[in-house]
Design a binder for this molecule. Structure first.
Ligand SMILES: N[C@@H](CCC(=O)N[C@@H](CS)C(=O)NCC(=O)O)C(=O)O
Length: 247
């Protein structure tokens, strides 16, 4: 009798443990599709759209044409006074800044933490790369290309050299790992690739950076199932066509 009771108790514990594991692995989903204010060629919008695909999240896409001032309407400014795209609205929770959105989506809806690891040191490296992206790589890209895209200015060699220096640092980050923040794809790769895809479409030659060139091929492949071509390559090509028209 005693051993029968113990057996039942063990079975109950195993069952509860199994249920807890199943619950922790079950994916949380938004109660309704996340509203996403975007424009197809916008690099930060492209990063979030690919991450949403990787997380199997449905976005309610709301085209927001910054050329027509859709981002400066009173309604938009009430939501995001900084008037930037992308902006997301997850059942009333509003967020902008693409890298913050990427982190939120993985934290809130990732079935695991592989895209944004919880381990403090691994996460710190992802954060360092994201900060490098927003603070160094993207500004150096935009210093070179924004004047060309939006003012029709000439190519500036000094700004190109600065951009190339940042690419050199990225190349060094990639000496010891397959992806920018370790051995697997993270949101840092997804954030950084959109700039590199633009450079590729603009025919900026970064082939001297071998690790970077190999990483670009590897990351494109990793993102293929999440519509890299449709989202990232197509968006970059739109910008490249615009650049050609300006020159
Ligand atoms: N750091 C921001 C940059 C957002 C940004 O500047 N987006 C551009 C389009 S790519 C924009 O909204 N420009 C219009 C404006 O700033 O008024 C992010 O990553 O979300």
């Amino acid at each position: 009798m005693k051993s029968f009771v113990i057996l039942i108790a063990i079975m109950l514990m195993v069952n509860q443990f199994g249920t807890a594991v199943a619950r922790s692995k079950r994916k949380r989903m938004p109660s309704e599709p996340i509203k996403f204010y975007y424009l197809a060629p916008s690099p930060p919008c492209r990063a979030v759209m690919m991450a949403a695909r990787a997380l199997d999240l449905e976005l309610d896409l709301i085209p927001t044409n910054i050329m027509d001032g859709d981002h400066k309407t009173p309604e938009y400014l009430k939501m995001n006074p900084q008037h930037t795209i992308p902006t997301m609205d997850d059942s009333g929770f509003i967020l902008w800044e693409s890298r913050a959105i990427l982190a939120y989506l993985v934290n809130a809806y990732g079935k695991d933490d592989s895209l944004y690891p919880k381990n403090p040191r691994q996460r710190a490296i992802v954060d360092q790369r994201l900060n490098f992206d927003i603070g160094t790589l993207f500004p150096r890209y935009s210093n070179l290309y924004f004047p060309m895209l939006f003012r029709g200015d000439e190519y500036n060699q000094e700004n190109a050299d600065k951009l190339n220096e940042a690419l050199g640092w990225l190349n060094i980050f990639l000496e010891k790992s397959a992806f920018v923040a370790g051995d697997n794809l993270t949101i840092a790769d997804i954030s950084i690739i959109v700039t590199i895809t633009n450079l590729d479409a603009f025919k900026f030659d970064f082939s001297e950076h071998e690790n970077l060139t190999k990483w670009f091929e590897r990351t494109k492949k990793a993102l293929e199932p999440y519509d890299w071509e449709d989202i990232d390559e197509t968006g970059a090509q739109m910008l490249a066509d615009f650049l050609k028209r300006e020159h």
